[in-house]
Each structure stands twice: as C-alpha cells, then as structure tokens.
Design a protein around this ligand. Sequence first.
Ligand code: SAH
Ligand code: F3S
Length: 463
Amino acid sequence: MNRVHIKTYGCQMNERDSEAVAAMLRARGYRIVPSEDDCDILLLNTCSVRDAAEQKAIGKAGYAAARKRREPDFVLGILGCMAQNRGADLLERLPDVDLIVGTQKFHRVPDYLDNLRAAREAGIPIAEAIVETGSEEGSQNTIRDHMEGPGRRVCAFVSIQQGCDMNCTFCIVPRTRGDERSRPMEDIVRECEELAGRGVREVTLLGQIVTSYGRRDHPREAGASPFVQLLERVHEIPGIERIRFTSPHPRGFRRDLTEAFSRLPKLGEHVHLPVQSGSDSILRAMNRPYSRERYLEIVRMLKAAQPAMAFSTDIIVGFPGETDEDFERTRTLCEEVDYDMAYVFKYSVRTGTPAATMPGQVPEAVRERRNQALLEVLRAGSLRRSTSLVGAVQEVLVEGPDKTGMRLSGRTRANRAVVFEGPGRLAGSLAAVAITDASVSTLYGSLVPAGAGLQSAACPASL
Ligand code: SAH
Ligand code: F3S
C-alpha cells in the first residue's frame, strides 16, 4: 500500500518539486515506482500555464478515478499549479480525488498521505478530500536538492526563487505560484557546493523570474544586482563547470548581467531570453516592460560580450488584438535574432487574467496558422545554425549514455545536444568533440583524442 507514482506535467520547476516530494516520501518509507500501473498512490503534479496542460491532467485524473471506483483503497492526489488555481472546484469535475495540494504545501504531502493511510488501516471512512492551497511563509526554502539513489548525476536543478510579481496579462503563474520569494544566497551556494561534491558539474538556477532574484533582500553591490552576485558566488565553486538559469526576464538584463557573460566563463554561450512578441503594441498589452528595440539592444549587448552567443526564447502567437502586421514583426524579430531554439505557444485564455477579457480574441484557425508559419521559420534557422557547426570542435559536458544507450550524449557550451561514441567513464567530464553531422536540434560527432592537437583553445578537456 505504499507504492507511489508521481506524474509531472509542465516546466522544470514542477520536475524539481516532484523530485522533492519523492524524496520526502522515500524518507517516510514510501516506494517511488516508475509505472503508474503498479502504484497504490498516484500523484499528479500539474501545470496551469495553458489550457491544454490542464486538460491533460484532468483527463488522466478522470481515468484514474475509474480505477478508484474499482479499488477503493487506491489514492489519487492532484498537486501543484492546477490544484492551486482551481482548488476545491476541481472536486466538481473529479469528485473521487483524495488530495488537492497547492504549490506552497508540497512539503505537507507526506503527512497527508500518512493520515490517509492510518485512517484506512483503522477502518475510518474518509468522507472528504483534503484540500490545501493556502500560502505559507518560507515555503521557498522547502524545495532543495534531494539527490539520492544510484547513478551519478551530472546536471542538477537548483530552485532559487518561487513566485512572480510581474503580472504579464496572459499569465496565470502569479496566481498559481504566489508572490516572489527568494531563497537565502548562502543556502543556494551551500546546495551547489554539496552538489559539486557529489559529482554534479552543471547547475541550472530555477525560478519564474530569476533576474529579479533577491531584489528585496540584497542591495546592489558595485553595480551588480543580487542575481549577478549569486552567479559570481556559484561561479567560484570548484567542480561546477557550467551555470545555467531559467527563466530570466529581459528587464533584468542590464550591463552588469550582459557583461557577466564575458567575465564568467562557466555561463557558457547561451541565454534563454523570453520575448513573447516582436510588436511594441502587443508587448504593451501583455504588460511586458520593454520594446522590440530594447530587446534587440540586449541581444546586441550579449553578442558583444560573447560573439558565439546562442539564444532561445518563448513566443506567444495570437494574443488578443494581434494583427497580421504585429505577427509579421514577431517573424522578422525571429530572423533578426537568429534563435537556436524557441518555444512557440498559441495564446491560451486563462480565466482570471486580464488578457482573458480583452477585445480582439484571435480565432483558433489564425493562431494555428501563425504558429505553423513561425515554427517553419524557426526550424529553418535552427537547422542553419546547427549545420554551421559541422567541422568545428565543441567543448561538450558529457552527461551519460544517449537514449539508445549505445552512444554518449552531452551539451555544448551553447546548450546544443551532442551525440557521439565514447567510453561511459567520460560522464561528468568535458570532452572535445568534432562535429560531423547536424539535425535541427542535435549535433553528431566524434571524440577528439587528447593530444591530437585539434582541441580548441577554449576547451580544457582532459580525456
Ligand atoms: N517565467 C516563467 C514563465 C512561465 S510560463 C518561466 O518560464 O519559468 C512559460 C511560457 O509560457 C511563457 O514565457 C509564455 O511564453 C507561455 N505562456 C504563459 N501563459 C500563456 C498563455 N496564457 N497562453 C500561451 N502561452 C503562455
Ligand atoms: Fe508569468 Fe510574466 Fe512572471 S510570464 S511567470 S508573469 S514574468
């Protein structure tokens, strides 16, 4: 009765939260099982950012509820953003759910499950679902790394902040994740040091708006924002070879941050820089406090700091009021920036956000057409950029076996996936790989033997 399966929807923060819940449950004697068919307790960690994500989780919960009617002891819980967003209303759609736990109460899940189990074992019928969606002071500090189990991990996510205060008019996150709260810098640095001690070589600092990290808790120092101070601290940790972060906000890219990319080599040559739209009037309606020109200026500053800089982004097509001309501006912006990769989203109405009631809602057919048109532009750009790397030697942080288990996979400094042949012991090291082939999202290559004289000067690989 103690086998738990956790199914995660949505972003890396949700993955991170699920890992933390799994670790807490293991510590209480629960078993985390890989298959939902073999579990006694199914927890769905949900996403609300677009309607499709909610519908997926609701579909899965409906399916699991049918099992619950056959097996009364089976436990079904809904955690995370949709639990926070919809709370007890979910019970109307899903009356069989036992547990609804919001984003600031993940750490309470083990207690709730213990209580449910104890009640069942004592034969006490449970009439009502547990619904817990309040806010909790200090909850940003409860999600930390719980790396355990076999297998060395090379890359780890480190939560630095929860919530967001920006109120982009399309976005449900401020409602599902609450106010911006940052973890203390010392805690984050200590966690990164521990990770490095356990073999982690790359950390990704996670938050909804990481560039605002600590803005209420730390003063700027010598022109450096608290976020840049944090990057500097993590950069000093021996063993950490690469530092990534997601998601930043363009307004956080002042000179201190753009220059950090020339000063701090562990940042690599990649930035995820969500733009959302290339049209100033749409950016204004989205409450995104930058213009197309300011965004392009940031891109130029970053390219000046690192000429090989690769960019990825998030784009919404079909925001209310978006005309063909607005969309055209987004398309030309994509060409101008020359992204390596972009997540394109069709605008999805989120009840309770200001954009939901704006005039000029764009028909689905138009959203779909713009989506396809943009994906085509981006695909062609990605392929051109990958193909341009054929013949080059790249520094690859080796993560381990690829999907087939036959070859190794890793990432370049610019965050491109690379697949190549080599011995498994290279996991966790930096290798020089000569690129021989490229697809839209993956590079293929072969190891450059140490001492072959082919290593690029920037590559400290020791094989
Ligand atoms: N700062 C957060 C943003 C979360 S939402 C983070 O990345 O961690 C991620 C992306 O989803 C946004 O950048 C936006 O492009 C997209 N998105 C958010 N709300 C949306 C909506 N209502 N419809 C379509 N896409 C949306
Ligand atoms: Fe959402 Fe905008 Fe914050 S996209 S997470 S409100 S920066």
